[in-house]
Design a protein around this ligand. Structure first.
Ligand code: LMR
Length: 403
């Protein structure tokens, strides 16, 4: 036994709640295995292909590239302007007034981290309220930024819908200067999205109580469409003086491993916007210095080129239509099996995720007996379903529910 070292104080940790299941799936060599775990789009053949618009833009980027020198702490300026227009809408008053500061980040996770550090720096005693439930990594990223985290009620697991009254009650009790993290669309993990009316109510409440909306829009385009999915962000940025928006190109551009995201902060005026921009850059420099270039260069190219952009929106529409079709298909297949639970809610939810609402033991049985992998919270990624496996998945779910 070696002498005690500093590292002895570390405790071994369990695998990541989501990526750990992805690893288990990859290690399974059963021919019937089904991956409903990590939030990655799959096509009918179970592949996650590189989008055609990305392939073409990538060829353009390679042909034009003449240096590997540094870009900038804030990343690719063309990407940042393109993403601002995508998220806020090109004519948004906050953009016209010069009140939005954006930096490119290493994925949506990098965006949450940078934004978290900014909130902590601006108001060290601020609390950030996460929805119950939320993406597990929100807690990890914002906790590491030194923020105090609280939870507000969001999804009613027995009613299988948003408990909006409870959410309103919680937001009404928040302190001025607190932030409320809201999922812009395709709620991760429950798939239950706010309606336009509910966004209005939340905007009123944030205004009245001085609460800062902190919106994560990692799935723009995968619920109803690029414009409709951004309506909450756009409304908040019209109504509130300060809004934090984190976005990702992992899902809607399929650029997962390239790590492409952004954080945009709306300020009340240009002067404060300059201060925020300098702080965002300073935080990015202090964590990772600057973001990787390749994926953002591809996105900038797609957004700037009319033909590539059209191709991208067509490919995105196809992904969204497929997800919504699979939702209906799975709900119908489960209904055919007469399961004790009514799963019709799956068809009404949006994005990649829904909760099956089954217990941990049933989730483990699905994995160990049937090789169907989902996150232990019972979150499924509907993109892992296809015509070839849907009956197998529905049978497996019905089997673990019947015993
Ligand atoms: C997910 O929720 O599965 C994705 O956002 C991937 C991740 O990093 O957790």
């Amino acid at each position: 036994m070696t002498a005690k070292t500093v590292l002895d104080s570390l405790k071994p940790l369990p695998p990541d709640a989501i990526l750990g299941i992805m690893q288990l799936y990859r290690a399974d060599d059963d021919p019937n295995k089904v991956d409903l775990s990590v939030g990655v789009y799959q096509d009918e053949s179970g592949r996650t292909p590189v989008l055609e618009c990305v392939k073409r833009a990538e060829a353009d980027v390679y042909a034009a590239e003449d240096t590997k020198s540094y870009v900038a702490i804030a990343g690719n300026a063309g990407f940042n302007r393109g993403v601002e227009a995508l998220v806020f809408g090109a004519d948004h008053p906050a953009l016209a007034d010069g009140r939005v500061a954006t930096v490119q980040t290493p994925g949506g996770s990098g965006a949450v981290s940078v934004a978290g550090h900014l909130v902590q720096r601006a108001k060290p005693d601020a609390r950030v309220w996460l929805s119950d439930p939320s993406w597990p990594n929100h807690r990890q990223l914002l906790g590491l930024a030194g923020l105090s985290l609280e939870q507000y009620p969001y999804y009613d697991r027995s009613a299988k819908s948003i408990d909006f009254d409870a959410m309103v009650g919680a937001v009404s009790g928040m302190r001025g200067g607190d932030s409320v993290l809201i999922h812009g669309c395709c709620h991760n993990p429950c798939g239950a999205d706010l309606t336009a009316e509910q966004w209005q109510v939340l905007a009123d409440l944030c205004e009245r109580h001085g609460v800062v909306p902190f919106i994560d829009i990692a799935y723009q385009g995968l619920a109803e469409g690029l414009e409709a999915d951004a309506r909450g962000v756009r409304l908040m940025a019209e109504r509130l003086p300060e809004v934090v928006v984190v976005a990702s190109c992992s899902k809607n551009f399929g650029l997962y491993r390239e790590r492409v995201g952004s954080v945009s902060v709306v300020s009340p005026d240009r002067e404060r916007n300059r201060t925020v921009a300098s702080n965002l850059s300073n935080i990015a420099r202090g964590i990772y210095s600057m973001p990787p270039d390749h994926g953002a260069a591809i996105v900038a190219r797609i957004l700037a080129d009319a033909e590539l952009r059209t191709l991208w929106t067509e490919e995105l529409d196809e992904m969204r239509d497929r997800l919504n079709g699979l939702r209906r298909l799975l709900a119908d297949k489960l209904a055919e099996r007469g399961t004790p639970t009514d799963f019709s809610f799956i068809a009404n939810e949006r994005g990649m995720f829904s909760f099956l609402g089954i217990g941990r033991e049933q989730v483990v049985r699905l994995r160990e007996e049937f090789h169907v992998y989902l996150v232990e919270s019972s979150r499924i990624n509907v993109a892992g379903i296809n015509q070839g496996n849907v009956d197998y998945v529905a049978d497996a779910i019905a089997a673990v529910l019947s015993d």
